[in-house]
Design a protein around this ligand. Structure first.
Ligand code: DO4
Ligand code: MG
Length: 286
């Protein structure tokens, strides 16, 4: 089951049929047993035509977020540990990443308010004061207010490697800026948790040509999703639930940096594909 947030409304997709739902987003997604709730709900609904559903999703899609915060986990894959150790070698902080990979407590950091989030087909930003920028494709959990994982979306944790590499204490500036978090296109709500064989794929296109492609199964992750969710909820309440990006395993080669106009596509079947074009934050007129 998939739920798509529209600018005015919600589309529920179930077994190749689409339904318009008249619910408040935050109330809907925060149900416990969300899959069961949606299964019961759909029984009383009449499907809309596929043409109408496609047109709504094409023209009116919004990021699948209401009042939720977005958090992120870091160094949950060996590849991320290695990349961070390389980029921070000069700052002397490499050891931090090695330690957090091995520690019981995961790295969890605040990533975004809902207003800063980009959805499918919207722009993500790179910083003007950064020289080395990458997308981070991440399985992203939707966790309800009780701390239960109810759904999944595709996430992009846009990051400045030059700023984080300069000093690990600059992490918030490397990670948090306008449109540095993208999620979408929908929330996937399965009957059972997604399997370890689920694959994350990322391509980057520049001037129409593919300049990067790689993929990874989430089985390479060192930690479990429930472990990350439990740590996040230890001392934080999330009245409307929250999103948690679970870390990246795909890191482009060290000589690669994003440029304005690059198109980042991240696919996680069966959730879907999140596509974002890279740009700078528009200058504000003085
Ligand atoms: O330690 C910094 C952030 C790591 C991260 O975002 C990731 O591993 O995905
Ligand atoms: Mg990340």
């Amino acid at each position: 089951m998939k739920i798509f947030k529209l600018r005015n409304g919600i589309i529920l997709q179930h077994q190749s049929a689409s339904y318009l739902i008249d619910h408040a987003w935050d109330w809907l997604v925060n149900r416990d047993e969300l899959h069961q709730y949606l299964t019961d709900l759909v029984k009383g609904l009449t499907p809309i035509s596929e043409e109408k559903a496609s047109a709504c999703i094409q023209d009116e899609l919004a990021p699948p977020i209401g009042m939720q915060e977005v958090w992120a986990a870091g160094v949950t894959y060996m590849r991320s540990r290695e990349a961070r150790m390389e980029e921070s070698a000069d700052s002397g902080a490499a050891d931090l990443y090695d330690r957090v990979y091995a520690a019981e407590r995961p790295e969890l950091f605040f990533k975004s308010t809902p207003q800063r989030v980009a959805g499918h087909n919207q722009h993500v930003h790179i910083r003007r004061d950064s020289t080395w920028d990458v997308p981070e494709p991440e399985m992203t959990l939707f966790i309800n207010s009780k701390g239960n994982i109810q759904g999944y979306t595709v996430g992009n944790d846009m990051s400045s490697r030059s700023i984080e590499g300069e000093n690990a204490l600059y992490l918030p500036q490397a990670k948090i800026f306008e449109r540095s978090a993208a999620i979408g296109p929908c929330i996937y709500v399965p009957a059972e948790p997604v399997g370890a064989d689920t694959v994350i794929k990322m391509s980057i296109h520049r001037d129409g040509a593919e300049v990067y492609y790689d993929e990874t199964p989430i089985s390479r992750m060192k930690r479990s999703f429930t472990e990350l969710a439990q740590f996040l909820y230890r001392e934080c309440d999330f009245d409307h639930g929250c999103f948690l990006m679970t870390g990246t395993c795909l890191v482009p080669p060290n000589d690669f940096t994003l440029r304005e106009g690059d198109v980042v596509s991240i696919t996680i079947d069966p959730i879907g594909t999140l596509i974002n074009t890279v740009s700078y934050k528009p200058e504000i007129e003085p």
